[in-house]
Design a protein around this ligand. Structure first.
Ligand SMILES: Nc1nc2c(c(=O)[nH]1)N[C@H]1C(S)=C(S)[C@@H](COP(=O)(O)O)O[C@H]1N2
Ligand SMILES: [Mo]
Length: 249
């Protein structure tokens, strides 16, 4: 259906906001977007659609470039950032906590054994440790030390369908995110129980966070409550508000 031509002046503030976003994303102007998308960018839904299709295109391109064998850089202990920054979609005073002894990881979706897991079961699995850089899109980065169980080890152990497309993490602070299976099986993708060689503190996601150094900060979920293996695109808290779904770092 052809929409009636909108008065450009009426939508000028939205256009200016979107043009700013395009510029930030890498020097593409509204005119350039109109050429690429082949649509008359005369209203906000048309522009949002064009942006969304470009974002889906970059997700696919990033997935193609991602290699399971390519490792994120690791650092020396002397390079660890102290104190390590806290970030969430709320202030640190509102951090939610659970009793680690009562906590269970819920497992759902394309997994053979969906019985919930308790902390001691993760402690009994082989542990790995990494010193890597966390990069937040808000403009800061920090080097930290995380240890725990490789997600690939866990997924194999519970009989997950490793040909499924996505792994979703839901958090008890109502945050959520999801990753592609290639990233889930990457050796540096870790179910973290310890930060800086001590039990993971509340501020950094106790009792479990997922550390994914090949992805940006918002794809490193803290306060994990459940994990799901699925072929249905799950999205994420920030991803559903316009952040790249792939979010490689
Ligand atoms: N559960 C949960 N996980 C989350 C977030 C959140 O708000 N809730 N914020 C994300 C963002 S944007 C960043 S930068 C990192 C911050 O992690 P840190 O507090 O360990 O630095 O957590 C990510 N994971
Ligand atoms: Mo972030």
């Amino acid at each position: 259906m052809k929409r009636p031509m909108t008065d450009r002046r009426a939508i000028a503030p939205e256009l200016r906001r979107i043009e700013r976003r395009l510029m930030l994303k890498g020097a593409l102007s509204l005119g350039g977007l109109a050429l690429l998308s082949g649509c008359a960018l005369d209203d906000e839904p048309a522009i949002e659609n064009a942006l969304a299709s470009i974002s889906r295109f970059t997700d696919r391109a990033q997935a193609l470039l991602f290699s399971r064998n390519r490792l994120a850089r690791e650092f020396a202990p002397s390079q660890i950032t102290r104190p390590f920054p806290f970030n969430a979609y709320y202030d640190i005073e509102d951090v939610r906590t659970v009793d680690a002894a009562k906590w269970r990881l819920e497992i759902s979706g394309l997994v053979a054994d969906r019985r919930p897991w308790a902390i001691p079961q993760f402690r009994a699995m082989p542990q790995v440790r990494q010193i890597t850089r966390h990069i937040c899109v808000e403009g800061w980065s920090a080097i930290g030390c995380w240890s725990g169980v490789q997600l690939s080890t866990f997924l194999q152990h519970v009989g997950a369908d490793l040909r499924a497309k996505y792994v979703t993490f839901r958090c008890f602070d109502d945050y959520f995110t999801s990753i592609d299976m290639a990233t889930a099986l990457h050796p540096q993708t870790v179910m973290v129980l310890d930060f800086d060689d001590a039990v993971l503190p509340a501020s950094y996601g106790a009792p479990m966070k997922i550390r994914i150094p090949t992805k940006l900060g918002y794809k490193n979920p803290k306060y994990i409550a459940s994990i799901e293996v699925t072929n249905d695109f799950p999205g994420g808290y920030w991803e559903n508000q316009g952040y790249d779904w792939f979010g490689g770092s």
